[in-house]
Design a protein around this ligand. Structure first.
Ligand code: GCU
Length: 408
């Protein structure tokens, strides 16, 4: 909109010229111009590229998954039933557990409720201010705003992230919502991340091979293990499970949704570099910066592209294309230059041809829409909200409206 000079527009002159790899040409140079060639050939090829070059191969799938309901009680003033489920993954003698905090609307529903499933940053007790959700005893990131300085979560942090998880609103809209502390799967730290699910498969001090998983892959794998359990739950409609995440956990939601097609819809909130944003734009966070600051998130191969984005055999629009033809929502925030809002939009637009090929038109808009005017009609939804990096009730309202429309 000409009248509104948006924060991210002022950076645009820094974007170098670039050409995106064509998602619909196979590695042999043949067109992937039918749904069959896409599904049989090109889609697996792209998945493999992301596994080898970006996130690493997922852990093997031979873990057995068990569950134990730790607590089931009324929550949110009787509007919801809250269940806490310990999900245990076991391989031989080794096991690793994650605690899933599930809220389901209290009213009976024979079909089961659609579900939003996503990881959280600091522990399940930070998501709701209600008592009864144990403070995590796992390693947590230091967060000065929350008074966490020694990697230990505390009672005082209860509900600290509640604004990111408007449970009441989600429940009232007729959705169930489940979350798991990402640190149950892999603490978000270069020194400690291997102490979680990694140990099921690999040695604690084992050096990573270039294509071996980092935390994003472990977190995404954990979301699929949670799905193993939740899809058997009669309170949940397993055909309408939405995987969602903010920022690093938005990168994770995209990767989980790409690999596991049981997720019926995918939501990326401000996921930026290594998530929805085009890497070749090199604006905001770059591949080199993310690999240096977060050496544990991606596979080691991804470092080959530090400062060499044009050498990547893929770009992030291809990750978004892996969600097709399922509904996919990407959201940006105006002042979140670090995550490159326009790069997120262009990436979603770049996924359009796959959606078209599979019979679902992609985004019609040519440019980033005006602030807070969400695009909800196509199977790929998008908005840019006013303000900074974060996930707000405004964002959730759009995800709910989009899901109402595309997952009826
Ligand atoms: C950092 C990081 C981003 C990430 C964000 C977050 O800003 O550079 O890549 O998305 O943290 O997870 O909040």
């Amino acid at each position: 909109m000409a009248s509104e000079r948006r924060a991210f527009d002022s950076e645009e002159h820094k974007v170098p010229p670039y050409a995106l790899p064509d998602m619909l040409i196979t590695s042999d140079g043949n067109p992937a111009d039918t749904a069959d060639v896409w599904r049989q050939e090109r889609r697996p090829e792209i998945l493999d590229l992301f596994r080898r070059e970006v996130y690493g191969h997922p852990p093997p799938s031979n873990a057995s998954v068990g569950q134990e309901v730790l607590a089931e009680e009324e929550a949110l003033g009787g509007k919801a039933v809250r269940r806490q489920i310990r999900i245990t993954m076991t391989v031989g003698e080794r096991s690793s557990a994650m605690d899933c905090l599930l809220h389901v609307p209290a009213a009976a529903n024979t079909r089961g409720y659609p579900l939003f499933l996503g990881l959280n940053f600091c522990g399940n007790h930070t998501v709701s201010s209600e008592p009864g959700i144990p403070v995590t005893t796992q390693w947590v990131r230091n967060m000065p705003d929350l008074g966490i300085a020694d990697h230990k979560a505390r009672e005082e942090n209860r509900g600290a992230m509640a604004k990111r998880w408007p449970l009441q609103r989600i429940i009232e809209a007729g959705y169930a919502v489940a979350t798991i502390y990402c640190g149950d799967l892999a603490p978000d730290d270069p020194e400690h991340w291997r102490t979680g699910a990694w140990q099921l498969f690999y040695g604690l001090d084992e050096e990573r091979a270039p294509e071996q998983c980092g935390t994003i892959a472990v977190w995404a794998w954990g979301l699929s293990r949670a799905m193993d359990v939740l899809e058997t739950d009669p309170a949940i409609d397993r055909k309408r499970v939405i995987v969602i995440g903010h920022s690093r956990l938005g990168k994770t939601a995209l990767w989980a949704g790409a690999q596991d097609e049981r997720f019926a819809m995918v939501v990326s909130n401000n996921s930026g570099c290594g998530g929805a944003a085009i890497s070749r734009r090199r604006i905001g966070e770059t591949v080199e910066q993310i690999n240096q600051r977060f050496p544990h998130w991606f596979c080691l191969n991804f470092r080959k592209y530090n400062g060499r984005e044009d050498a990547l055999p893929l770009d992030q629009h291809m990750l978004l294309g892996l969600a097709a033809p399922r509904p996919l929502y990407v959201a940006s925030a105006e002042e979140d230059i670090w995550a490159d809002p326009r790069g997120e939009f262009l990436s979603l637009k770049g996924a359009g041809p796959v959606y078209e090929l599979l019979g679902r038109p992609g985004l019609q808009a040519e440019d980033v829409p005006p602030l807070e005017q969400p695009l909800l009609d196509a199977a790929t939804g998008y908005h840019v909200r006013r303000g900074r990096h974060g996930i707000t009730e405004y964002d959730w309202n759009q995800y709910i409206a989009f899901a109402d429309r595309h997952l009826p």
